[in-house]
Design a protein around this ligand. Structure first.
Ligand code: NAD
Ligand code: UDX
Length: 465
């Protein structure tokens, strides 16, 4: 097995940053360079003030502090990174296409292809190229074709090594991965490449948790894993709607079915809808692939997971408006939480964006509090939807860093992210300063109904009558 001493990772995002930090920490003999074309991001990764790192992830700062400048480097010199490395991870974004064929469904592979072309141009020595990004099945073939036609006689091995970390728990997920998946060719050189990558993970994970497959299985398994996880959330959310019509309680139902060891207890928390950069994008991609092979029923089946998720978000808003006497125009509504889940500053596809956009359409006056998301990001998320002008967004919505004060004279509060600190707010105080009746709409089932009722709130918890 070829011993790797120099790694380059293209893409310093939510995956590239934490993954490479952990590899650097666990493999002190390997020099890890993370490169990105985004100068601002690289500057943030290099900032001596660790609170300025571009992503917030518990445990990340400590690892960066320990390894940065020793065997972990962040740079915009992509070409140098490629040239020096023996193994190159491609960890760039693969968003849903917003143009042309497959618009709104297929994954946009232009960033990945640019990386492949750049590697083909720069490489002067043999390289192992690792797909870390989530890619449609058979992308490795396209990458290989680009690399093999570079004309400079370099040998490339292409591996698929999808990442399963979840945001907010990335470091823990990397340290204790359920499994690592490595897809590659069965040729002797393919096997050698797989073993080289495996030996990196073996620094901290038992060998039996490192699965080797063919490239196509590895690529497809990543899409399927996300589809299954999202499907669980949509399944339980569909039942939360039914619970609200009956006297069943979603928490009791989740628990009752989760005790069945075949079903298991995880990912059965009803919510205002799943968000994040992956679930929707990856399912849309799966749907697109199935349709492109003529598998209409398969495509329709998975598409329902997204349809149900959209339904859950609009159902939540509709319930708010009906409860607030069918009008929210001019009413002050405070939003607790903008991130798509707790312990991250990531807001991609966050349910909060869609809930608030719908409330703004009804002319509500919105105040948002999130412990990690910046004011600029919140406005940018809304502006991106293009539902109204940026000026109007700034007129109707304010951002605060004082959640309790923000509740003054508010008609309602909506909890859209399950930040722990929301549990410890002084809800008595909040109640006193709000207009009565004081409504709380809990989209995360975060608070205790008896307590909230006891204080005097009109408290709604998703999945409970
Ligand atoms: P991200 O947007 O946070 O980071 C991607 C980075 O790549 C950006 O900083 C961008 O500037 C950089 N980049 C784009 N093109 C480049 C190029 N040609 N050269 C150099 N840098 C370039 O994305 P992310 O969330 O880290 O996701 C990356 C991939 O990992 C995606 O395919 C995603 O589906 C997958 N993934 C994400 C997660 C997650 O939780 N975010 C989990 C598993 C897998
Ligand atoms: C997901 C996958 O979990 C991870 O393996 C993959 O690598 C990337 O995509 P992530 O999107 O970061 O990770 O977070 P995850 O914990 O999966 O949550 C996704 C969304 O589902 C969040 O909005 C979360 O709040 C929601 N969710 C999750 C629920 O509403 N209920 C649940 O029971 C679980």
């Amino acid at each position: 097995t070829r011993k790797i001493t120099k790694i380059c990772c293209i893409g310093a995002g939510y995956v590239g940053g934490p993954t490479m930090s952990v590899i650097a920490k666990k493999c002190p003999e390997i020099t890890v360079t993370v490169v990105d074309i985004n100068q601002e991001r690289i500057d943030q990764w290099n900032d001596s003030d660790l609170s300025k790192l571009p992503i917030y992830e518990p445990g990340l700062r400590e690892i960066v502090q320990e390894t940065r400048g020793k065997n972990l480097f962040f740079s915009t010199d992509v070409d140098k990174g490629i040239e020096e490395a023996e193994m190159i991870f491609i960890s760039v974004n693969t968003p849903t296409k917003t143009y042309g064929k497959g618009k709104g469904q297929a994954a946009d592979l232009k960033y990945v292809e640019l990386c492949a072309r750049n590697i083909a141009k720069i490489a002067k020595t043999d390289k192992i190229v690792v797909e870390k990004s989530t890619l449609p099945v058979r992308t490795a073939a396209a990458i290989k074709s680009i690399l093999d036609n570079s004309g400079n006689g370099v040998n490339f091995e292409i591996l698929s090594n999808p990442e399963f970390l979840a945001e907010g728990t990335a470091i823990n997920d990397l340290f204790h991965a359920d499994r690592v998946l490595i897809g590659g060719d069965d040729t002797p050189s393919g096997q050698e490449a797989k073993d080289s990558l495996s030996s990196i993970y073996e620094h901290w994970l038992p060998k039996e948790r490192i699965l080797q497959t063919n490239v196509w299985s590895s690529e497809l398994s990543k899409l399927v894993a996300n589809a299954f996880l999202a499907q669980r959330v949509s399944s339980i959310n569909s039942i939360s709607a039914l619970c609200e019509k009956t006297d069943a309680n979603i928490e009791e139902v989740s628990k009752a079915i989760g005790y069945d060891s075949r079903i298991g207890p995880k990912f059965l928390n009803a919510s205002v809808g799943f968000g994040g950069s992956c679930f929707q994008k990856d399912i849309l991609n799966l749907v697109y692939i199935a349709r492109s092979f003529g598998l209409q029923e398969v495509a329709d089946y998975w598409e329902q997971v997204i349809i149900l998720n959209d339904y859950q978000k609009s159902r939540f808003v509709d319930h708010m408006i009906t409860t607030l006497y069918n009008t929210v125009a001019g009413k002050k509504i405070v939003i607790y939480g903008w991130a798509f889940k707790k312990d991250t500053n990531d807001t991609r596809e966050s349910a909060a964006i869609y809930v608030v956009d719908a409330l703004l359409e009804e002319n509500a006056e919105i105040t948002v509090y999130d412990p990690q998301v910046s004011e600029n990001k919140i406005y940018a998320d809304l502006d991106y939807l293009d539902t109204r002008s940026p000026e109007e967004n700034r007129k109707l919505l304010t951002v605060t860093d004082e959640p309790v004060k923000a509740a003054m004279e508010a008609h309602a509060i909506a909890i859209l992210t399950e930040w722990d600190e929301f549990k410890n707010l002084d809800w008595q105080d909040i109640y006193k300063s709000m207009l009565k009746p004081a409504f709380v709409f809990d989209g995360r089932r975060l608070l205790n109904k008896e307590t909230m009722d006891g204080i005097g709130f009109k408290y709604y918890k998703i999945g409970q009558k």
